[in-house]
Design a protein around this ligand. Structure first.
Ligand code: MIG
Length: 729
């Protein structure tokens, strides 16, 4: 079909075309010059010389792309894997003053021509987003900055944006996307390790989503500067964003269905990775690892994995073993496997600068390293350029040795990337030791998968591309096994490659409470396989804190206890017999529910629904559910209300509207829309089953190896003689 060129206007007076200049350098897009029809949308030339492409990804998803320079880069994204719906027929109308694009049965976009201003509507014609006329989209050609602003209602709330140590909703906050190694981060600190520039907004019970696919250091000002506006922007790149209008019912589920169609879903984890993991910085030497395994088995504590932290390596050289402390890794790992325990080893990105270390010389010869070098555990170290496909393949192939040793899973740490402060700087400025932005210089050059660029642009995808290299390498080496990769840093789409844990949290009650807002928001950022270090990484948890944290963590998707160097026990057998028994019951409950957890991951695969869910996800119209940050849902049918207060033996629970809930332990029945104080003695995690649900279960096992011979059962929440009851079979 020949391109239809709709010449609109060319009131082309240079004086009025530049829109409102807020500063000497900043300009808005200006008036519309021409509107040209393209596949699934239009291309708009603007008086500012910028061009804007507006198109539909599917019926309910609109993409807006603005190139301030007037020329688009090749359309390449680290996040996006979906392709636009080929069956779409977008209708386009244009007159002198307005253009309108509509997808039959779906969203609609209209924009005025003088000046260019966008309004995006849902399938029922309700406004979803409307550019703020008092602060139109703008850019600076001199600095490369770009920005877009939309009107908001003061009651609007926002969720997602990856991993944040912030309150449940991000309204009234300005947040930053910049992957940062934040040892001992504080509640309220921003940013942390994961940058996911996607959020779900909720207004009057209706959801919408915005994904700003820009890998630079982006920001989101969600009503903080001005309560009737939200703004997002970046110091460079294109203004490239997707708006999810949510279809007819405007549900959060629809937003995540469409977002995950665009950026992908998590593959099914290996079943063992859904069991309990035990970790510490570090279990060394090998005898210590054996002792941990023995303690678990002796105490009949279920366990599927032990993590090997950095000290197993030879001088922190990645992909090596310390011959003194781990002389026979394959033997050790086989012995662990006999006890139903898999080995997970940490793999850091940076390669020790050492001419005698083959990986280093190979990396130099292959041109795999970034310049300049950095400093990490091994001293001076070279960072592979994971934005180079050849480097990803090279690094990924290194897992071969570990696979033949029998290692089952891999843990990618320090991949923000984190680079220590050089010694001479440290001497001069000791305070920089804790500098939160210790990373590579922003001018570091990356291959960028064909679009060369510097670290300011590629920093946020570094960790994700490392995790990709790991996953793809493992699949190439062993196509028949589902890989398990755990990563600390990531960007939108990280769910395709790895599970995520929330880094260096602290052994405190407020960090335990933080896990729910942190993890549920990461979850609705499209990443289902997530967890926080049980017990808190740094610090020594009391027996009570550890037991309560283990309970809360037992129904999060990724379940691992981990500890920093030199702190007290973070092992479930480390607190005396009474607590060993309590902790055993907690982990056993996790294993009992494994078939249900697996079903939740299958549901994610099919629909994009999260595994761990905030209450608002299920009840966006229930005002009491929306800001609840002390409870969560596991899948659709289990409501979890962990105890997160020291000394508490009761917990206040809100039961979301629309369902009836039955206490797993006591059988008490609660109607949706009510609150209650529920008994929660130390040994009990309050869990409630939705009336009508069938929860598949397993008889007690010590590891997932025993699943084939375990007894399969179920717990059903049904009406019997006019009463809601749980029936176990
Ligand atoms: O500079 O490998 O978040 O889980 O135990 C610290 C040692 C490096 C940070 C990780 C933590 C891990 C630790 N690592």
């Amino acid at each position: 079909m020949p391109l239809l060129l709709l010449r609109v206007i060319a009131v082309g007076c240079a004086l009025i075309c530049f829109g409102v200049l807020a500063s000497a350098q900043e300009r808005t897009l200006g008036n519309v010059g021409s509107v040209e029809k393209k596949r699934n949308g239009v291309s708009v030339t603007l008086a500012s010389r910028a061009v804007a492409d507006i198109s539909f990804f599917n019926r309910d998803t609109v993409r807006v792309r603005v190139a301030p320079s007037g020329k688009f880069e090749p359309d390449q994204s680290y996040a996006v894997v979906g392709t636009p719906d080929p069956s779409l027929k977008v209708e386009i109308k244009s007159d002198k003053k307005f253009s309108t694009l509509s997808a039959p049965g779906g969203a609609r976009v209209t924009f005025s021509h003088e000046p260019f201003r966008l309004v995006i509507l849902d399938s029922a014609g309700r406004v979803v987003l409307e550019e703020d006329g008092t602060r139109l989209s703008r850019f600076s050609r001199e600095t490369g900055e770009i920005e877009a602003s939309f009107r908001r209602e003061p009651t609007e709330v926002y969720f997602g944006l990856g991993e944040k140590a912030l309150p449940l909703s991000r309204h009234n906050h300005v947040v930053t996307m910049w992957n940062t190694d934040v040892y001992r981060y504080k509640v309220g600190q921003d940013p942390l390790y994961q940058a996911i520039p996607f959020f779900i907004g909720l207004k009057d019970g209706r959801a919408f989503g915005v994904f700003f696919d820009n890998t630079w250091r982006t920001f989101f000002d969600l009503g903080k500067t001005y309560e009737k506006r939200f703004t997002f922007g970046a110091p460079g790149g294109e203004l490239n964003y997707y708006v999810f209008t949510g279809g007819d019912d405007r549900s959060p589920a629809n937003i995540l269905r469409d977002y995950s169609t665009l950026t992908g879903r998590a593959p099914m984890p290996p079943v063992w990775a859904l069991g309990f993991h035990q970790s510490r910085f570090s279990y060394t030497p090998d005898a210590k690892v054996r002792e941990v395994a023995e303690q678990f088995r002796k105490n009949r504590l279920p366990l599927d994995a032990i993590h090997f932290d950095i000290d197993y390596m030879d001088g922190f050289r990645v992909f090596t073993w310390d011959k003194k402390t781990f002389p026979e890794p394959a033997k050790l790992i086989t012995d662990l496997r006999m006890q139903g325990i898999k080995a997970v080893v940490i793999v850091d990105p940076a390669v020790k600068v050492d001419e005698k270390y083959p990986l280093y010389s190979e990396g130099v010869a292959g041109g795999h390293f970034l310049e300049p070098r950095g400093r990490v555990w091994p001293g001076e170290a070279a960072f592979p350029d994971f934005t180079n496909p050849k480097t990803r393949a090279w690094f990924g192939a290194q897992y071969k040795g570990f696979l033949s040793d029998g290692v089952a899973g891999f843990w990618n740490d320090m991949n923000e990337p984190s680079s220590f402060i050089p010694d001479d700087t440290l001497k001069k400025e000791p305070a920089t030791a804790d500098h939160p932005e210790r990373t590579l210089p922003l001018s570091t050059k990356h291959v960028g998968d064909g679009i060369a660029g510097d670290h300011a642009r590629y920093h946020n995808v570094y960790g994700m591309q490392m995790a990709r290299s790991s996953r793809e390498g493992l699949l190439a080496l062993n196509p028949n096994e589902r890989p398990f990769v755990l990563t600390r840093a990531g960007y939108a789409g990280i769910q395709r490659y790895a599970a995520v844990w929330s880094g260096d949290n602290t052994a405190s009650w407020d960090h335990l409470r933080l896990t729910i807002p942190l993890l549920t928001n990461l979850s609705v950022s499209g990443v289902p396989f997530i967890g926080a270090d049980v017990g808190g990484f740094t610090g020594s948890p009391s027996a009570e804190l550890f037991a309560r944290w283990l309970q809360a963590g037992s129904l999060t998707p990724f379940f691992r206890a981990h500890s920093d160097r030199g702190f007290g026990p973070h092992e479930p057998y480390g607190f005396g017999d009474k607590f060993t028994e309590i902790n055993r019951a907690t982990i056993e409950f996790r294993y009992l529910l494994l078939p249900y957890l697996i079903a939740c991951f299958e549901e994610h695969q099919a629909t994009g629904a999260p595994v761990m869910r905030p209450l608002w996800y299920a009840c966006p119209t229930d005002p009491q559910a929306i800001l609840n940050d002390s409870q969560f849902l596991l899948g659709r049918d289990l409501l979890v209300a962990p105890v997160m207060e020291e000394g508490a033996t009761k917990v206040g629970v809100y039961f979301p509207k629309g369902d009836t809930w039955i206490d797993w332990h006591s059988g008490s029945v609660y109607e949706g829309g009510t609150s209650a104080q529920v008994d929660a003695p130390l040994e009990r995690l309050p869990v409630f089953v939705r009336l009508g649900a069938t929860i598949p279960t397993l008889s007690p096992i010590q590891s997932t190896d025993e699943i084939p011979t375990a007894k399969k059962g179920s717990v059903k929440a049904v009406m019997k003689n006019g009463k809601a009851v749980l029936v176990a079979e």
